[in-house]
Design a protein around this ligand. Structure first.
Ligand code: PXL
Length: 267
């Protein structure tokens, strides 16, 4: 029996609500065997308002993990999550270039919830220059779309579409630009731009509060569906259903945000 495989290169988020923990849970729920490489360890600090504590993994150790994973398995589909430093980006870009991929899903984690935007311009620029050109799909949230497109702000669906088009010119074949709860209106809107046409996906917003792990779950679910042979538009539609079900059944914690329950989606 051959099981579909998906690979993720991402960071650990110690509360379980984001990062590689979410990616691997999502892969499993969608019937895909997950292989993971760790780029960094994020441990929120409960004594200090759950502020970020961030430790990058040594670049050589990242390269070693990529070597082990890609030597053990015939991996064709990969998701890139949080990278965090220019040195990590350099190492991961070299890993991506070392073999061919059918699908590279890039979740451009420029900042996490609670961090200041623009904290690390060199990291943003390295991601844009070295990772985006490899992407089959990139999945920016509203803040990331604003940064990557250079827009002053994004407050409407038309502005989100414009930003997706600008990001699409930086290399990725598909841009899935997420409106999330911050984009005004009753619907959670995602814009899919394929270089020629735009598709607007909608789902009812579930509450007005952000839920941790929604972005990681969406990109991981797209990755899993691509690994199973879906095309990008249908993978994105399924992924949106996975996120909606997971937000509906969210898990509460002492952290500032509830988190997505990946086990809720039953296909
Ligand atoms: O949600 C983005 C994200 C991704 N990956 C890691 C994170 C976060 C946000 O906290 O810590 C490791």
């Amino acid at each position: 029996m051959s099981v579909p495989l998906a690979y993720v290169i991402a960071g650990s988020e110690a509360t379980g609500g984001a990062g590689i923990q979410v990616d691997l849970k999502t892969f499993q729920q969608l019937g895909v065997y997950g292989v993971g490489t760790l780029t960094c360890i994020v441990s929120f600090d409960p004594k200090n308002g759950w502020a970020h504590r961030f430790v990058p993994v040594d670049p050589q150790v990242i390269a070693d993990q990529i070597e082990a994973a890609t030597s053990a398995h015939a991996l064709r589909t990969v998701k890139i999550g949080m990278l965090g430093t220019p040195a990590t980006i350099e190492t991961v870009a070299a890993g991506l270039a070392s073999q061919e991929w059918d699908n590279v899903v890039v979740d451009p984690v420029l900042i996490c919830k609670g961090q200041e935007p623009g904290a690390a311009l060199d990291t943003d620029n390295a991601l844009r220059a070295q990772i985006l050109p490899h992407a089959t799909v990139v999945t920016p949230n509203l803040v990331e779309s604003t940064i990557l497109s250079g827009a002053d702000s994004i407050g409407t669906v038309d502005e989100l579409i414009e930003a997706a088009k600008v990001i699409g010119r930086q290399g990725p074949k598909y841009v899935v630009a997420k409106g999330g709860v911050e984009l005004p209106g009753d619907e959670a809107i995602d814009v899919v731009w394929d270089g020629e046409d735009v598709t607007v996906l909608t789902a009812p917003k579930i509450g007005e509060h952000r839920v941790s792990g929604a972005g990681c779950t969406l990109a991981a679910a797209i990755t899993a569906e691509l690994a199973k042979g879906a095309d990008v538009p249908s993978a994105t539609r399924t992924a949106k259903d996975v996120v909606s079900a997971g937000i509906e059944a969210r898990v509460s914690a002492a952290t500032p945000f509830d988190t997505v329950w990946q086990g809720a989606y039953q296909g």
